[in-house]
Design a protein around this ligand. Structure first.
Ligand code: HPA
Length: 254
């Protein structure tokens, strides 16, 4: 069975997937880092590939930009394709002075100005957090490689071009960087992992096929909203490779 957005058949996609925003980046990642790759999707040119990394099946697929887009793709990967480990690999803008261009940011949490979580009917403010297991593995990898990294909150913003510099208020609340997808990814993962909780029969021993679903967002800082600096194409490529090594280490460690 395929979905309106993904022509893969069940079994075509590995339990661990890397999720760049740009589908052409997914192609480059597959061609550069994975062996024996097979393309499983090209609907809307949202390219997806499965291959192996250090002998383990790993997939990579674009998500598009923004929460509606990653919301669709990640939901389908989890619910229709049995994907368990979703690792977003993207770029973010730094919004604090001590997070520098080229650093790796790991999103322990994601705040948002989007209405994505309204669908859950929560009577308050939801804190979207990463899988501790994936985050811990990513930290171990960055430490082992000696790559500069920071762990903390990010802002998943609905807008790239903003009427006023909204990031400033989020910086005052400790957010390190701004990007546009991770909040929705974390919502989809935790909602699936906790399906069955909070229901009237939650005390019954009913298996939840999604209980092992985990998500993490890691980013290379591509620009600074504080200083106005941006990376050169060459820097971006080198630092991007560091982040990919971290993400692939996580996938290989699962
Ligand atoms: N805003 C939103 N998303 C981003 C940015 C930004 O400045 N830089 C990289 N991703």
């Amino acid at each position: 069975m395929s979905t309106p957005h993904n022509s893969a058949n069940p079994g075509d996609i590995a339990e661990s997937i890397l999720l760049p925003g740009d589908p052409l980046r997914a192609k480059v990642i597959a061609e550069t880092f994975l062996s024996d790759i097979v393309c499983f999707n090209s609907v809307r040119n949202m390219l997806g590939y499965t291959g192996t990394y250090k002998g383990k099946p790993v997939s990579v697929m674009g998500t598009g930009m923004g929460m509606p887009s990653i919301g669709i793709y990640s939901y389908e990967l989890i619910h229709f394709y049995g994907v368990k480990n979703l690792i977003r690999v993207g770029s973010c803008g730094s919004i604090v002075k001590n997070v520098r261009i080229g650093d790796i940011v790991m999103a322990q949490g994601a705040c948002t100005n989007s209405s994505y979580a309204l669908q859950y009917g929560l009577n308050g403010t939801f804190s979207a957090i990463a899988s501790y297991d994936l985050l811990h593995k990513a930290v171990k990898s960055a430490e082992a490689h000696g790559y500069p990294y920071v762990v903390g909150n990010v802002l998943s913003s609905d807008t790239f071009y903003t009427e006023t510099p909204v990031w400033k208020d989020w910086a005052k609340m400790g957010c390190l960087g701004v990007e546009m997808e991770t909040f929705a990814l974390y919502c989809n993962a935790v909602r699936a992992a906790n399906a069955g909780e909070g229901s009237d029969d939650a005390s019954k021993d009913t298996a939840n096929p999604f209980e092992d679903v985990k998500a993490l967002g890691i980013f290379t800082v591509s620009d600074s909203l504080v200083t106005g600096e941006a990376t050169t194409a060459e820097e971006r490529q080198n630092k991007f490779t560091n982040m990919m090594e971290v993400a692939l280490d996580v996938a290989a460690d699962l």
